[in-house]
Design a protein around this ligand. Structure first.
Ligand SMILES: *Cc1c(COP(=O)(O)O)cnc(C)c1O
Length: 229
């Protein structure tokens, strides 16, 4: 697979779901990939998506180092207009300082993270938008439990951060057919909750399950491995 093939898969899933072409954006997950690989597998295709492909990083120091290497003082790149950084990993309080280049945090989990981010952003003079990560019902460490979602949402909004939507990961199950059904349930549930809160963005779907996520309403898919094979 390569990025153009993943994009074709995204367009096909949009069509199957009766959704407008381009209603889903690809976030290129680049964790573990070096700048040359990112240029060769992602940035060279930037023209294929309006605004280019956000780069999704999941480890804070790696994000800091790559942003310093690949983008200028304002975290943009003259050679790759549209390049922006998303952070898709769990946000540790002592790593918030590395989030300065980021335009969207995908996996905010509580108000302490939100407050730390809002405080740092006040110093930086700009704040990333955020998505709230929903717990997926499996034995997962991360995410907000559904019964807490409304209160956490209200608290995070109070910090002044712009909450754009929800993020969820499908449970990691073995058997293909059962795993797809389980993923569909989790994605549909997340879509319903985002809709109930009036939130426009839904970050869900990875290499193994992005078509199901798109059929369930994803607006951002986070695909890594498939772009680099
Ligand atoms: C690594 C990662 C992805 C991408 O997964 P692939 O299977 O490589 O497509 C998406 N989301 C999160 C949170 C990740 O950590």
């Amino acid at each position: 697979m390569s990025l153009p093939e993943v994009l074709a898969g995204i367009r096909a899933a949009e069509e199957r779901a009766g959704r407008a072409p381009g209603s889903v954006r690809l976030v290129a997950v680049t964790k573990g990939q070096d700048p040359d690989a990112i240029r060769g597998h992602v940035l060279r295709y930037a023209a294929l998506q309006p605004g280019g492909f956000p780069l999704g990083e999941g480890r804070a120091q790696e994000l800091r180092d790559k942003a310093a290497q690949m983008t200028g003082p304002d975290w943009t790149s003259p050679e790759s207009p549209g390049l922006e950084w998303h952070y898709i990993g769990p946000l540790q309080l002592n790593k918030v300082k590395y989030m300065r280049p980021v335009t969207l945090i995908h996996a905010l989990e509580d108000v302490r993270q939100a407050q730390a981010l809002a405080d740092a952003a006040a110093k930086w003079g700009r704040a990333p938008d955020v998505l709230l990560q929903l717990h997926n019902g499996e034995a997962q460490k991360h995410g907000i439990h559904p019964q807490d979602l409304r209160s956490v949402y209200a608290e995070v909004v109070q910090t002044g951060l712009n909450v754009r939507g929800l993020m969820v990961m499908a449970p990691d199950l073995g058997d293909a057919a059962a795993a797809t059904e389980a993923a569909r349930q989790v994605f549909r549930d997340a879509a319903r909750r985002a809709h109930d809160l009036g939130l426009p963005e839904l970050s869900m779907g990875m290499s193994g399950d992005y078509p199901v996520a798109i059929e369930s309403g994803a607006t951002l898919v986070r695909v890594g491995r498939s772009l680099f094979i």
